[in-house]
Design a protein around this ligand. Structure first.
Ligand code: FE
Ligand code: FE
Ligand code: ZN
Length: 295
């Protein structure tokens, strides 16, 4: 199983991210190349990247499985302020270069929010942007994340994701990242996840799934809210999440936890343990607090 969580990139960059991942017993991770909320980015220095890769090799992390996430404020769907759209496009181009310099193969992207556009226009804007960003030399694969459908979010169902993928010129440089919380909030009942996968396979092809975000959801099926919960502490439930995590058809796909911190402490070490044990941790909150308080 390839499992990890999102980790920070601050201070020590990729080496810091990898060190944090190892402290959780993870064999992969997802990071941003700076703060997730903004687009301020520091230059990447080669020597520190080399050290990070050396550390990963010594600690059982295959760099092929690590994932980057683009900042939230990038919106390729909305062209109503052309400068903002242009900025998103040029930022993503640089972000792909940064991933390449870091030796990261995949970057997860929220397709974008239509705002005042119709859904058709918004999807077209996304494709225009992606076709500008992705070219024959692109070495990093963009993974469109399946979204909860909050507000005017695009990518809220398989059809919308397919619509984008179908219009990308370099199809082998684009893939999909599922997010269990988003699927549930968009109206997919994960007790019948296999049916969803079958539909996904018919319309898009299961081989396009390159990453899965594993989160429980605070809200009910189809709520379109997008509030993540710790595993087993939400409306999806631990066993339904396990059935996604241990799905045979997705066994080589990296699984990334994006569950909330517990009183400012990361829950991932214990959530990963629960996944490996296939057993719900009904004492997660206390265990996390006790562990980090005494560290
Ligand atoms: Fe995301
Ligand atoms: Fe996600
Ligand atoms: Zn989310």
């Amino acid at each position: 199983m390839i499992i990890g969580s999102h980790v920070s990139f601050g201070g020590k960059g990729l080496l810091g991210s990898a060190t944090e991942a190892v402290s959780y017993g993870a064999n992969t991770f997802m990071c941003y190349t700076g703060a997730p909320q903004n687009t301020l980015r520091k230059p990447i220095d080669e020597e520190s990247v080399r050290k990070a890769h050396e550390y990963m090799q010594e600690n059982g992390i295959n760099p092929e499985n690590i994932i980057c996430h683009a900042p939230y404020i990038i919106n390729l769907a909305n062209k109503s302020k052309p400068e903002a759209w242009e900025f998103s496009v040029s930022f993503l181009k640089q972000e792909l270069k940064r991933c390449e310099a870091l030796g990261i193969k995949y970057i997860v992207l929220h397709p974008g929010s239509a705002v005042s556009h119709t859904k058709e226009e918004a999807l077209e804007n996304i494709c225009d942007a992606l076709n500008d960003i992705i070219n024959v030399d692109t070495k990093v694969m963009i993974l469109l994340e399946t979204m909860a459908g909050k507000g005017t979010e695009c990518g809220r169902n398989v059809e919308e994701i397919k619509n984008i993928l179908d219009n990308i010129i370099f199809k082998d440089k684009i893939g999909v990242c599922l997010d269990t919380c988003h699927l549930h909030d968009s109206g997919i009942d994960l007790t019948t996840f296999d049916e969803y996968l079958e539909k996904f396979h018919e319309l898009i092809g299961i081989h396009k799934i390159k990453c899965i975000h594993i989160n429980d959801s605070l809200n009910q099926l189809g709520s379109h809210k997008d509030r993540h919960a710790n595993l087993g502490y939400g409306k999806i439930g631990f066993n339904n999440l396990l059935s996604v995590i241990y799905n045979e058809k997705l066994k080589d796909v990296p699984k990334i936890l994006e569950t909330p911190y517990i009183n400012n402490y990361p829950p991932y070490k214990f959530e990963i343990e629960a996944i490996k044990n296939k057993e719900f941790d009904d004492n997660l909150f206390k265990r996390v607090e006790d562990y980090y308080k005494n560290l």
